[in-house]
Ligand binder design. Structure first.
Ligand SMILES: Nc1nc2c(c(=O)[nH]1)N[C@H]1C(S)=C(S)[C@@H](COP(=O)(O)OP(=O)(O)OC[C@H]3O[C@@H](n4cnc5c(=O)[nH]c(N)nc54)[C@H](O)[C@@H]3O)O[C@H]1N2
Ligand SMILES: Nc1nc2c(c(=O)[nH]1)N[C@H]1C(S)=C(S)[C@@H](COP(=O)(O)OP(=O)(O)OC[C@H]3O[C@@H](n4cnc5c(=O)[nH]c(N)nc54)[C@H](O)[C@@H]3O)O[C@H]1N2
Ligand code: SF4
Ligand SMILES: [Mo]
Length: 702
C-alpha cells in the first residue's frame, strides 16, 4: 500500500508537559489528516530530534476513541452509560447546576481544576478567567513544580539559569534527577555533543540505572531522597581538598564560617550511610566537578518529588556556587527558565478582575479535599462542583483511594472536558469533547530553554470537539460574566498577550513561529550577582523570601526547614512492615497518563511492571514475570515483577503511568503515593513511598 503523500508541511509546537517544548514540522495530508511529525532542524534546541511518542502523533490525533460529542451520564456514576447531547444543552445544564450550587453553598464550593495537558497558556490558564470572574475556589498549583521551584529559587532568587544549549560547551554535564532519555530527550542531544566534540564527562544521578545512565561516564545510583546528603558531602570534600572557589564564594554567596563548620561533619563516610554510595564514588564525583571548571548542572524534577525535595534541589544547586562553575562558559546550572519570560497574562487569566479573596485549595490534596479532610479544606465547606480541563486526577494525583472515593460522591457535580474517556471522565456527570493542539491556536513557553513558540490551528476538528477557550467563554457568558475577553477568540488572546508583554506583533511572530527570550549570557549566569537584593547566592536559604518571590502562601512552616543546605530526614521511612522504598518513575512511551491509549506506546510499555532487585525477589520467592502486590496503609496495587539489577536492594521502581484498568484490580500506582504536602510549600512526593511487596497469591496479614 502506498503511504499518503503530504500536501504540505507546517510548523507547530509540541503542547505536552515536557520541558523540551519541541518545535515541530507536521506533514498535512488533507484538511483533516496529519502524516509524519518531525523535530524542526532549524530550531537550535530541538535540533531535529523529538521523542517517539510525538513522532507517532497521527495515532493520537486520529485515534478511534477520541471524544467527539458532549455526553450526559445516565446510569450510576462510573457505570459507563452515556447519552449524547447538544452543546447548548450541555452548557445550559452546567451553568444552571453551577448557579444553583453557588446559591446553596457559596461560590467557593465550586473548584475549577486544571493542569498542563496542554502547555498552551490560552487553553491551559484561561479557566482562571472563569474562576476569578465568579469568585470560585482558587487552585494552588503544586503537583509538579511545588518542591523543585522553591528549592531552586531559594539559592538563586530567580527561576532561570544558563542557556542549556551551552551544555554542548561543557567539560562535565551532571544530569541530576532527570531521566532525560525518557522525559526530555533534547537534553541528551546537547550533552552528547559535548562528549563527542570536547570529550566531556557525563554524570547521571538517579535511584536506578536508567536509559540516561546507560549513556553516562559516571552513574550514581543512590537511595531515594538522599541527594541532599550527597550534595553536602561533595561540598565537604571540595572544602577539604582545596577545590572550592573561595574568591567566588566571598563575592557572590553568603558563605560563612557557620556554613563551613556545618559541613565539617558532612563527611563522605556519613553520606555513604545515607545514600548507599561508596566513599570512593562520592569523592570521585566531588573531585570531578571540583577539578572541571566548566561543569554544567542540569537539575531535573525527579529528585524533588520527595518530602524533602525542595532541600535536595537547593543542596545540589549549591555545588556550582561553591566551585564557581557559574563563572565559566559551559558551566553553571539550569533547572527551568519559567521565571524569565515576563508575560503579562492579566487579560488571559482575568487576575485583575478577581472577585473577592476565595480560599486556595492545593491541587495535590484533591483526595483529602474531596473526602472532606478539614485540614485540606482549611476549615471551609465541601467542594460541590468541579470543571476539569487538561488533567486526569483520577490517575495522576496522589492517594488514589481518596481521589476515587471523592469523585464517587453522589453530591459532587463533575464536568470533564477531555480528548479521551480518561479515568476522570469516566466518573463525570457531563463529558465535553476537546480539541488537540493542531486544532486550535496557542502559544507555549519553553521552560527547558529560552524560546516562546506559536502553534496555529492547521487541521479541522473532528466531530464537535471544542477548545478549552471556547468552553470557558461560553460558560462565562451563561454565568453572567460580561468582560470583553470572553468575546475574543484564542488567536486574539495570543496577540493581546504578546503585545502587552512587549513581544511584538503576532503577524510578525507567526512568520518564524517563535520569540527568543534568551537573556544576555552574563545575566543568565548571574555574573553581576544573584537575584537576591544583596546579589548573593544563599547557602542558608531564605524560605520566607522565596515564598514572597513566587507568591507562595505555604501550607508548612518554613521554620521547619534546616538552616543550611543539608540532608533533611523527613521522608517516608522503610520499616519492618514496609521494607521497600518505591519510586514511580516516568515510562518512556507515556507522558504522565497521556499516550497510554495509543497503539505504539502500549506495545512498547507492555503491562504495568515493577523492577525488583534479584536479591529481594529471591528472598520473597518471586520470579521474573510473577504477579506481585505492593501495598501500604493507603492501599494495594498489582504489577508484574521484573527482576533487575538496575535498582538497589530495598528499592522498587514502577515506571508509569499505565491506565488504572491495566492493573489487575483496576487500581493505579498512585494508590501507593502520599498526598501530604511536601516541605516547605506543598507538592506531591511521587517517588517517596514506603511499601511492602508480596507474591500476589499470598494474603497480606498485617
Ligand atoms: N516519557 C515521559 N516524558 C515525560 C513525562 C512522562 O511521564 N513520561 N512527564 C513529563 C513531566 S509532567 C515532567 S514534570 C517531566 C519530569 O521529568 P524529570 O525531571 O525527568 O522528572 P521525573 O520524571 O519525575 O523523574 C526523573 C527521574 O528521577 C528519579 N528519581 C526519583 N527519586 C529520586 C531521588 O530521590 N533522587 C534522584 N537522584 N533521582 C530520583 C526517577 O527514578 C526518574 O528516573 O517529564 C515530562 N516528560
Ligand atoms: N505516580 C506518579 N504520578 C505522577 C507523576 C509521577 O512521576 N509519578 N508525575 C506528576 C506530574 S510531574 C504531573 S505534571 C502530573 C500531570 O498530570 P496531568 O496533568 O493529569 O497529565 P496527563 O496525565 O498527561 O493528563 C493530561 C490530560 O489532558 C488532556 N488534554 C490535553 N490537551 C488538552 C486540551 O487542549 N484540552 C483539554 N480539555 N484536555 C486536554 C489529555 O487528554 C490528558 O488526559 O502527574 C503527576 N503524577
Ligand atoms: S520531547 Fe517532549 S516536547 Fe519534544 S516532542 Fe517529545 S514530549 Fe514533546
Ligand atoms: Mo510535571
Amino acid at each position: 500500500m502506498n503511504k499518503p503523500v503530504a500536501a504540505r508541511t507546517v510548523r507547530s509546537v509540541c503542547p505536552h508537559d515536557c520541558p523540551s517544548v519541541c518545535a515541530l514540522d507536521v506533514d498535512l495530508i488533507d484538511a483533516h489528516t496529519i502524516g509524519r511529525v518531525r523535530g524542526a532542524k532549524d530550531d537550535p534546541y530541538t535540533a531535529g530530534v523529538i521523542c517517539e511518542k510525538v513522532a507517532r502523533y497521527a495515532e493520537r490525533i486520529h485515534h478511534p476513541d477520541r471524544l467527539l460529542h458532549p455526553m450526559r451520564r445516565v446510569g450510576p456514576k462510573g457505570a459507563g452509560q452515556w447519552q449524547k447531547i447538544e452543546w447548548d444543552e450541555a452548557l445550559d445544564e452546567i451553568a444552571a447546576r453551577f448557579s444553583a450550587i453557588e446559591d446553596a453553598f457559596g461560590a467557593e464550593s465550586i473548584w475549577p481544576y486544571y493542569y498542563a495537558g496542554t502547555m498552551g497558556h490560552v487553553q491551559r490558564d484561561g479557566i482562571d478567567r472563569l474562576r476569578h470572574g465568579k469568585g470560585y475556589s482558587l487552585q494552588y498549583d503544586t503537583i509538579c513544580t511545588g518542591t523543585a521551584w522553591p528549592g531552586y529559587i531559594a539559592g538563586t532568587g530567580l527561576l532561570g539559569g544558563v542557556n542549556p544549549e551551552q551544555m554542548a560547551e561543557s567539560d562535565c554535564v551532571v544530569i541530576w534527577g532527570t531521566n532525560a532519555v525518557h522525559t526530555q530527550v533534547n537534553v541528551m542531544t546537547h550533552a552528547m555533543r559535548a562528549r563527542r566534540e570536547r570529550g566531556a564527562q557525563i554524570v547521571v544521578i538517579d535511584v536506578y540505572d536508567t536509559a540516561t545512565m546507560a549513556q553516562a561516564d559516571m552513574g550514581l545510583v543512590l537511595r531515594p531522597g538522599s541527594d541532599g546528603a550527597l550534595a553536602v558531602a561533595v561540598m565537604h570534600v571540595l572544602l577539604r581538598d582545596g577545590l572550592a572557589d573561595r574568591a567566588y564564594m566571598s563575592r557572590f554567596t553568603d558563605f560563612d564560617a557557620g556554613f563551613e563548620s556545618h559541613l565539617a561533619s558532612r563527611t563522605p563516610e556519613w553520606a555513604s550511610g545515607i545514600t548507599g554510595l561508596s566513599v570512593e564514588e562520592i569523592t570521585a564525583f566531588a573531585h570531578l566537578v571540583g577539578m572541571t571548571p566548566a561543569s554544567f548542572f542540569r537539575l531535573g524534577f525527579g529528585f524533588t518529588r520527595q518530602r524533602n525535595g525542595a532541600s535536595n534541589m537547593h543542596a545540589a544547586l549549591c555545588i556550582p556556587a561553591m566551585t564557581g562553575a557559574w563563572r565559566h562558559r559551559g558551566g553553571g546550572a539550569f533547572h527551568s527558565n519559567s521565571g524569565t519570560f515576563r508575560l503579562d497574562k492579566t487579560r488571559l487569566t482575568g487576575a485583575d478582575r478577581a472577585k473577592g479573596q476565595p480560599r486556595w485549595l492545593d491541587m495535590s490534596e484533591i483526595g483529602p479535599i474531596l473526602t472532606g479532610d478539614e485540614r485540606a479544606l482549611h476549615g471551609g465547606g465541601p467542594v460541590k462542583a468541579m470543571i476539569v480541563q487538561n488533567t486526569n486526577p483520577a490517575a495522576v494525583a496522589p492517594d488514589q483511594t481518596l481521589v476515587r472515593k471523592g469523585f464517587a460522591r453522589k453530591d459532587l457535580f463533575l464536568v470533564v472536558h477531555e480528548q479521551f474517556m480518561t479515568e476522570t471522565a469516566e466518573v463525570a456527570d457531563i463529558v465535553l469533547p476537546a480539541t488537540m493542539f493542531l486544532e486550535h491556536n496557542d502559544y507555549y513557553t519553553r521552560g527547558g530553554h529560552t524560546r516562546v513558540l506559536y502553534g496555529p490551528q492547521v487541521v479541522e476538528r473532528p466531530g464537535e470537539a471544542r477548545s478549552n477557550h471556547e468552553v470557558i467563554n461560553a460558560l462565562a457568558v451563561r454565568l453572567g460574566l460580561d468582560d470583553p475577553s470572553f468575546g475574543m477568540d484564542d488567536k486574539a488572546v495570543v496577540a493581546d498577550t504578546f503585545s502587552r508583554s512587549g513581544y511584538g506583533d503576532l503577524a510578525e511572530i507567526e512568520k518564524t513561529g517563535f520569540v527568543d527570550r534568551e537573556r544576555p549570557d552574563a545575566e543568565a549566569r548571574f555574573a553581576n550577582g544573584f537575584a537576591w537584593p544583596d546579589g548573593k547566592f544563599r547557602f542558608a536559604p531564605n524560605w520566607q523570601g522565596t515564598a514572597d518571590i513566587k507568591g507562595y502562601h505555604w501550607v508548612c512552616d518554613p521554620a521547619d526547614m534546616p538552616r543550611y543546605a543539608d540532608y533533611h530526614d523527613v521522608n517516608e521511612r522503610a520499616d519492618a512492615e514496609h521494607p521497600f522504598r518505591l519510586a514511580t518513575s516516568p515510562a518512556r512511551a507515556f507522558l504522565n497518563s497521556t499516550f497510554n491509549q495509543t497503539r505504539g506506546s502500549l506495545k512498547k510499555q507492555g503491562e504495568p511492571s515493577v523492577f525488583i532487585h534479584p536479591d529481594d525477589a529471591n528472598g520473597l520467592k518471586i520470579a521474573d514475570g510473577d504477579a506481585v502486590t505492593l501495598g501500604n496503609r493507603r492501599g494495594t496495587v498489582e504489577l508484574t515483577a521484573r527482576l533487575s539489577t538496575s535498582t538497589r536492594v530495598g528499592v522498587l521502581v514502577a515506571e508509569g503511568l499505565h491506565r488504572n484498568k491495566a492493573h489487575r484490580q483496576g487500581r493505579g500506582i498512585n494508590t501507593l503515593t502520599n498526598a501530604a504536602p511536601a516541605l516547605p510549600f506543598g507538592g506531591a512526593s511521587f517517588h517517596d513511598a514506603a511499601v511492602w511487596l508480596r507474591p500476589s497469591e499470598a494474603k497480606h496479614t498485617a
